[in-house]
Design a protein. Structure first.
Length: 263
């Protein structure tokens, strides 16, 4: 199997529709042993139930906005697993009210929260996990979206946070490359997760994507999972600082086909 004997950490599972869970399924199928995290008691039951499908998982609490919990996570992973071969960061959040209306109306607190959870948490997590990886190198993967480099209606402050996240990927790749650690992002097409439901008009967005992406279909959870399995495996050993688009080709389009009936 592609990841036989590998050990990884997946942060960000909330429920069975989470992209993080799709990634956990793919890397586990390929032989990796996983540590997975949950945020708070509300999500613990969901994560523990899902983890029953994994082989010998380690299940740990983690709120990425709290340094003491990140420190405790690193120590628990070291104690339970010894070292890591890869880390998957699949965490993002913005206040719902910041995703409606105009970006110019973003509040200072709303901006801070989105950047802290959705962008800085990658750096905070990497800082603590690098000591568990640098002895033999490894891979860090995060999740981004087209709303970072381009404007997507109602994505607002989350788009700005994703732009910062993608910049962090490049800077982390430069910092950690000499230690044999690669850092990449997956930019997935829209998927109707619980988190995505907070974006106004998500159903119309999914339909537009399906109609205009070159493959004429929406992105599937398993496609993101398999792409992540590639990025954390040795098959991608020469890839770092990059954004891999898994969106049925939607990102290459400059203009959708014009509707003759509308002319």
């Amino acid at each position: 199997m592609l990841l036989e004997g590998k050990k990884g950490l997946v942060v960000g599972i909330a429920n069975k529709r989470s992209l993080a869970w799709g990634i956990a399924q793919s890397v586990s199928r390929e032989g990796a042993r996983l540590a997975v995290t949950y945020q708070g008691e509300r999500l613990e039951e969901n994560v523990r139930k899902l983890a029953e499908e994994l082989t010998d998982p380690v299940i740990l609490p983690c709120d990425v906005t709290r340094d003491e919990e990140l420190d405790a996570l690193a120590e628990a992973v070291r104690r339970e697993m010894g070292s890591l071969d890869f880390v998957v960061h699949a965490v993002a959040f913005a206040l719902r009210e910041e995703l409606d209306g105009e970006y110019v109306q973003t509040s200072r607190e709303g901006y801070r929260i989105a950047q802290d959870v959705s962008s800085y948490s990658l750096t905070a997590l990497a800082r603590r996990m690098v000591p568990l990886m640098e002895a033999k190198g490894g891979s860090i993967v995060t999740l981004t979206y087209l709303g970072g480099p381009r404007v997507v209606p109602h994505y607002n402050v989350m788009g700005v946070a994703k732009a910062a996240l993608e910049a962090s990927v490049r800077y982390l790749a430069a910092d950690l490359g000499p230690r044999g650690i690669r850092v990449n992002a997956i930019s997935a097409g829209p998927v109707k997760t619980i988190a995505a439901s907070g974006v106004h008009g998500i159903s119309k967005m999914l339909e537009y994507h399906r109609r205009h992406a070159p493959l004429r279909r929406n992105t599937e959870q398993s496609e993101v999972g398999d792409a992540a399995a590639f990025l954390v495996s040795d098959l991608s050993r020469g890839v770092t600082g990059d954004v891999l688009y898994v969106d049925s080709g939607f990102h290459v389009m400059g203009m959708a086909e014009l509707d003759p009936a509308a002319s």
